[in-house]
Design a protein around this ligand. Structure first.
Ligand SMILES: C[S@@+](CC[C@H](N)C(=O)[O-])C[C@H]1O[C@@H](n2cnc3c(N)ncnc32)[C@H](O)[C@@H]1O
Length: 215
């Protein structure tokens, strides 16, 4: 069963039990075949792409991590922009990684326990993936741990103020602006955020927020 077909529950899941972790992984492994809801490409004009590229800046031959990359649609565009960079596409679901371009470095794993050394990336971003981590504090800590001092971090996710606007699986969490800023500030020297829409010239409706941080 795909996660968006699951029955809703009023009870939020706050503890990542082994059973829940296995359920989340299974759900995304199954979802890779669903190209409509988990697309392998993204229109490069979508503003989310520009927000990531602009914040990462000139990474030259550096290393960038796409956390919860899905099929690697953002990572492909980061690599296109920075051909000399090593772009690591990492995801929980091996079936998702199967769609990622061969010129990306691919890694399977969980953002709760990233399989990378501290400070081993110049930048990292997570688009609509942190919302599935359940233990958000730990995931944010991990993302920050693997980025070196001065490195850039982008999180694009949904705004808790709009909770209920879309169907969500039981484990999904959306974030209040200040809530995520507070977590990022524990590890980062600078944190800001802004509402974004899919198109730069369309007024954001507030559903998506981009958190931009400097480690
Ligand atoms: C909605 S998709 C977004 C994929 C991609 N970031 C994009 O925007 O196309 C969420 C992705 O997060 C991944 N994911 C969920 N929990 C994860 C975790 N704990 N660690 C790493 N990836 C995770 C899922 O497997 C899935 O591919």
């Amino acid at each position: 069963m795909k996660f968006f077909e699951r029955p809703f529950s009023k009870k939020k899941l706050t503890e990542l039990t082994p059973d829940l972790a296995a359920e989340i992984r299974r759900s995304f492994e199954d979802s890779a075949a669903d190209e409509e809801h988990f697309p392998s490409t993204i229109d490069p004009r979508i503003y989310h792409v520009k927000v990531i590229l602009d914040w990462l800046g000139d990474i030259g031959g550096g290393r960038v991590l796409d956390v919860g990359c899905g099929k690697g649609r953002f990572a492909r565009l980061v690599k296109e922009r920075h051909p000399a960079a090593t772009v690591v596409a990492m995801d929980l679901a091996v079936s998702m990684l199967g769609y990622a371009d061969a010129n990306l470095a691919r890694a399977a794993g969980s953002m709760l326990d990233l399989p990378f050394a501290a400070g081993s990336f110049d930048g990292a971003y997570a688009t609509e993936s942190l919302e599935h981590a359940v233990d958000i504090e730990r995931a944010v800590g991990e993302i920050c741990r693997v980025v070196k001092a001065g490195g850039r971090i982008v999180v694009i996710d949904k705004n808790a103020a709009h909770w209920g606007k879309l169907k969500t699986p039981q484990w999904e969490k959306w974030f209040h602006d200040e809530e995520l800023k507070k977590l990022l500030r524990r590890h980062c020297s600078h944190v800001e955020s802004k509402p974004i829409s899919y198109w730069e010239d369309v007024e954001p409706d507030g559903l998506f927020l981009a958190w931009l941080a400097v480690r």
